[in-house]
Design a protein around this ligand. Structure first.
Ligand SMILES: NC(=O)c1ccc[n+]([C@@H]2O[C@H](COP(=O)([O-])OP(=O)(O)OC[C@H]3O[C@@H](n4cnc5c(N)ncnc54)[C@H](O)[C@@H]3O)[C@@H](O)[C@H]2O)c1
Length: 402
């Protein structure tokens, strides 16, 4: 592998996913964990020049006070996900990286996120121009201070409500006008952050169901700036299983009559998602996969409820009724219990490695080969997990030969 210095900039760095990513990098660096959970550790990627996860320097934005070690220790609540000893051993890195977590963006921030904001070093009424310039200056100075050749920006901040429909109609001139006239309401917060990163030429990944870069004008801007994009809303649990199972029903010509999925989680993400507006983004991204996979839409119900005691150990119970030959009705049920952040963190590392490679290969705009990672993949309508993996393997072959 060529010698490069690379950084990962996490928007929402002090959240459970952000802290788990940082802990993972620090643990890999010390040989304290293996690469289980990393898709890019599979044999398909053996010949690809990817950056070592252990080499990433971490920085980010957040709107809360705190530090990475404290969040990492809190993941899982009363059933901590990560051993205290592991966190203590990794503490020097976690402390150093925490110093590189800068105040996040509050431009047009939704009430649920605003409720979390408690940093003293914020200006709540920051003008749009100043806000964008500040975010960009943070990114540039992170790269400069650590002498990084490349930095990937990944949005792991709280899920915001869906954007108004008019946002999709904006062109870049409208966005520039909104910046000049200090109209923060033109874009949701996540889109301002995405714009800031793309505009300075850093690859951008939206790990959440928020809008991020998913606006035609911003996608065009990314192509002009030769910046690769990926998103949105990582599939780590129930939807991952759904996109593996639905093709099975389709390929056996079994008719799915109904698919009910109840999800409970109790962490900070669950608290934000307990707000109906914020939950709407997540439900929309979870709901759309079945019609595309089956070719018809059975009756569906998807719920997400906050149950505090569950904390990060997200549990999904799915009930699927289907009909076979001679109209015989049958049922399949599954229960998924995962530690949400431990499922998410290796995928963040995969995406960071792949997006930096994509940038080196001059990719710009949505990298649709990364669809396997997302509930609502940018640039493709393919939801079938195994076909998506095939696309990813082709991408790995392409990266290996060039
Ligand atoms: N864990 C998973 O498996 C998974 C899967 C798919 C998507 N996601 C999404 O990833 C995101 C992170 O999940 P989490 O469990 O770490 O949530 P979390 O609530 O623990 O962390 C979110 C962090 O974002 C910060 N934040 C909010 N608004 C911000 C802003 N404008 N700028 C900077 N920081 C901001 C919060 O202060 C918080 O520290 C959520 O949107 C979640 O829905 C998670």
């Amino acid at each position: 592998m060529a010698s490069r210095r690379v950084g990962i900039w996490l928007i929402g760095a002090l959240g459970n996913v952000g802290a788990s990513v940082a802990l993972g990098i620090a643990a890999l660096k010390r040989g304290l964990c293996d690469r289980t959970g990393l898709v890019t550790a599979l044999s398909e990627f053996a010949g690809v020049d990817l950056d070592e996860p252990a080499e990433f320097v971490v920085g980010g934005h957040d709107i809360r006070n705190g530090d990475l070690a404290t969040t990492a220790a809190s993941v899982g609540g009363i059933r901590p996900a990560y051993a205290g000893e592991l966190i203590n051993t990794c503490r020097p890195d976690l402390e150093a990286w925490s110093k590189d977590i800068r105040p996040g963006c509050l431009l047009n921030c939704d009430p649920a996120a605003l409720n979390l904001a408690n940093r003293a070093d914020f200006s709540r009424n920051e003008p749009v121009v100043a806000g964008i310039e500040r975010l960009q200056s943070d990114l540039r100075s992170f790269a400069r201070r650590h002498q990084l050749d490349q930095v990937v920006v990944i949005n792991v901040a709280s899920t915001e409500p869906p954007a108004a429909e008019r946002v999709a109609q904006l062109d870049m001139a409208d966005i520039q006008r909104a910046i000049k006239s200090n109209d923060a309401s033109a874009l949701p917060t996540s889109a301002w952050c995405a714009y800031a990163a793309i505009d300075v030429g850093f690859p951008y990944v939206n790990f959440t169901a928020s809008t991020g870069a998913d606006i035609p004008a911003i996608v065009e801007h990314a192509k002009e700036k030769r910046v690769p994009l990926a998103g949105s809303d990582a599939k780590t649990g129930e939807t991952l299983v759904k996109t593996a199972l639905a093709p099975m029903f389709r390929n056996r010509n079994l008719k799915v009559l109904s698919w009910v999925g109840h999800n409970i989680l109790g962490n900070r993400d669950g608290k934000v998602l307990s707000q109906p507006d914020n939950r709407a983004s997540k439900l929309r991204s979870k709901d759309q996969v079945l019609a595309s996979l089956l070719g018809y839409l059975p009756q569906t119900l998807t719920t997400i409820e906050q149950i505090e005691s569950v904390d990060d150990w997200k549990t999904a119970w799915d009930h699927v009724q289907f009909q076979g030959f001679l109209g015989v009705p049958m049922t399949m049920q599954f229960t998924w219990q995962g530690c949400d952040s431990a499922l998410a963190a290796p995928l963040v590392l995969d995406l960071a490695r792949l997006m930096l490679a994509a940038q080196r290969h001059s990719r710009s705009g949505p990298v649709d080969e990364l669809a396997v990672f997302f509930k609502n993949p940018m640039g493709t309508a393919e939801h079938d997990l195994s076909r998506q993996f095939g696309r990813l393997a082709d991408f790995a072959r392409m990266l290996a030969v060039i």
